[in-house]
Design a protein around this ligand. Structure first.
Ligand code: MLT
Length: 266
């Protein structure tokens, strides 16, 4: 994976024979990494330059202190875009990737040609949510990333994926286990400290897609529906038979929704 500034990233260059469509930036969830977007790199065939940043620390230790705030993740993605000479883009994020997109929008809205908010929420953690994160941190310290994977996978994936798609379950486990304990701990700290972004919603005026898996247990469809209602003119789609990792569980359906949005709204 190439590196620019502080970040590694996956990139699929736009097919030169397709109509040039600009950049599509896809930011990964916690505790995964950029490879979770491999099923969306095919948007390059539709003329998009697809860039999936690897938030620092995930999938390998670069020897620097881990990142512990959404603003720092956001700043590093912005530096990456500058390094790649991307002036604006459709910027999407799934779950924590959505929190990073909100932080980018708060600091640098001019980079947004459009936004895709997948399986995410604008609210900060509740007191119960913060307690659950502290328990996960303790579990991580005691038993390591494998225990975090065991705890999270049943909530990250929908029931039919869990029972019928062992290949996807294994893939998600593999992605989680590429991450060191320090990166996961830094991610948990960033999740716990993140700002509430609800007040940003009325200032989002670029084309917006809100998308959520039908059986998402972490950010259920009602959360997506409320997010959609908070952003004037946004589109909303529910991906059938998917849990929280909708793009990975149902790539074709997710890509159909994303393609329709990009073709008709951006
Ligand atoms: C994620 O998928 O990024 C996490 O589930 C986010 C969260 O726990 O809030």
């Amino acid at each position: 994976m190439p590196t620019i500034g502080r970040l590694r990233y996956l990139e699929a260059r736009a097919n030169p024979r397709a109509r040039g469509r600009g950049a599509l930036v896809l930011i990964h969830a916690f505790p995964l990494n950029a490879r979770m977007w491999e099923g969306q790199l095919s948007f390059s065939e539709r003329g998009w330059r697809v860039i999936a940043p690897q938030l620092r620390g995930f999938d390998g230790d670069d020897g620097r202190p881990v990142v512990t705030s959404m603003d720092d993740y956001a700043g590093e993605v912005i530096d990456l875009l500058d390094g790649l000479h991307v002036e604006d883009a459709v910027i999407g994020g799934l779950s924590m990737g959505g929190y990073v997109a909100f932080a980018m929008f708060r600091h640098a809205p001019r980079y947004f040609q459009g936004v895709v908010l997948a399986d995410t929420r604008p609210q900060a953690d509740t007191p119960d949510g913060l307690e659950a994160r502290s328990r996960m941190l303790a579990l991580l310290r005691e038993k390591g990333p494998t225990a975090v994977a065991d705890e999270m996978i049943p909530r990250l994936l929908g029931p039919s994926t869990l029972s019928e798609r062992p290949d996807i379950v294994d893939r998600v486990r593999g992605l989680i286990l590429l991450n060191g304990a320090d990166a996961i701990a830094g991610g948990i700290a960033a999740l716990m400290a993140r700002a509430d972004s609800t007040d940003l919603l009325t200032s989002i005026h670029c084309p917006t897609l809100v998308v959520v898996g039908e059986h998402d247990a972490i950010t259920p469809p009602a959360v997506g529906q409320a997010l959609h209602e908070g952003i004037a003119g946004s589109e909303f789609a529910v991906i059938p038979n998917a849990g929280h990792l909708a793009n990975l569980e149902q790539p074709e359906l997710f890509n159909d929704v994303l393609a329709r949005f990009l073709d008709h709204r951006v």
